[in-house]
Design a protein around this ligand. Structure first.
Ligand code: PEP
Length: 265
């Protein structure tokens, strides 16, 4: 049985897109379309320069604000970086950490991501930790070993008490921005593996409550089948989050999809 607290979560990661005017329009469209009683957590993560203006638009709505990254210090001589205290000051409740673009294009290591994870949690942000394998790793049957490493290193020294503030985004690198999506079965199988690792690292009760989102070319056309899987607790959306209509269609898919029963343990 799925615990009540594992609410589906749909996150829009705008990456390095939009102008100020586009950000205003997009956030307004999401707020207007999302309704007030939807049983899904909706989060928008605009680029840093637009956090304040998007935050103003989200105020009083049921859409939460998140950031795409942060630096693990409160303040100091870190030119170009943004601290968790600044994010909280702007009304952010969430931060995405360990996104594959930061791992692969900006060279972030598991150790650095772990520093960010621990610091963000200590400062009071909820984190979305991204993990996922490349195509080469999948073909070489290294997916589970890779995920095991990313989870163990990314969540090293994180106390079990912090788990309610952590969600995991499983994002196969080969599916991000490529139009290729994991099948619902592949996503479910991998999410079950991730949950099993969390059971080993923490406890069954704690792991059962962690939301595991899928990310990688989620669109209105494939969202319902993915979100219907027992262990798929939401989605992290890049491309489709730049269109309010598409993003809202995915949110609606999250509301209406009855969850399937887990096939095997
Ligand atoms: C992402 O930004 O994390 C992502 C999954 O992008 P896309 O939906 O475009 O594949």
């Amino acid at each position: 049985m799925k615990p009540d607290k594992r609410r589906k979560t749909i996150v829009g990661n705008w990456k390095m897109h939009t102008t100020a005017a586009e950000a205003r329009h997009l956030a307004g469209g999401v707020v207007d379309g999302v309704g007030n009683s939807d049983p899904v957590t909706v989060i928008l993560c605009p680029p840093f320069p637009y956090l304040a203006l998007v935050g103003e638009i989200l105020k009083g709505s049921r859409v939460a604000l998140g950031a795409q990254n942060m630096y693990p210090e409160k303040e100091g001589a870190f030119t170009g970086e943004v601290s968790p205290t600044m994010l909280l000051d702007l009304g952010c409740r969430y931060v995405i950490l360990g996104h594959s673009e930061r791992r692969h294009k900006l060279g972030e290591s598991d150790a650095f991501i772990n520093q960010k994870v621990r610091f963000a949690l200590a400062c009071g942000l909820d984190i979305i930790l991204c993990v996922g394998e490349t195509l080469e790793q999948r073909k070489a049957n290294q997916t589970e070993a890779l995920l095991d490493r990313q989870l163990n290193l990314g969540l090293a020294d994180v106390p079990g008490a912090a788990l309610p503030h952590i969600s995991i985004a499983y994002e196969p690198v080969w599916a991000i921005g490529t139009g290729k999506t994991a099948t619902p079965e592949q996503a479910e199988e991998t999410h079950q593996f991730i949950r099993h690792q969390l059971v080993k690292m923490f406890s069954m009760a704690a792991a059962e409550r962690v939301r595991i989102q899928y990310g990688g070319s989620v669109k209105p056309e494939n969202a319902a089948a993915l979100l219907a899987q027992h262990d798929v607790d939401g989605a992290l959306i890049g491309g489709a989050s730049l269109n309010a209509g598409q993003f809202l269609a995915i949110v609606r898919a999250g509301i209406s999809e009855p969850q399937t029963k887990r096939k095997s343990a």
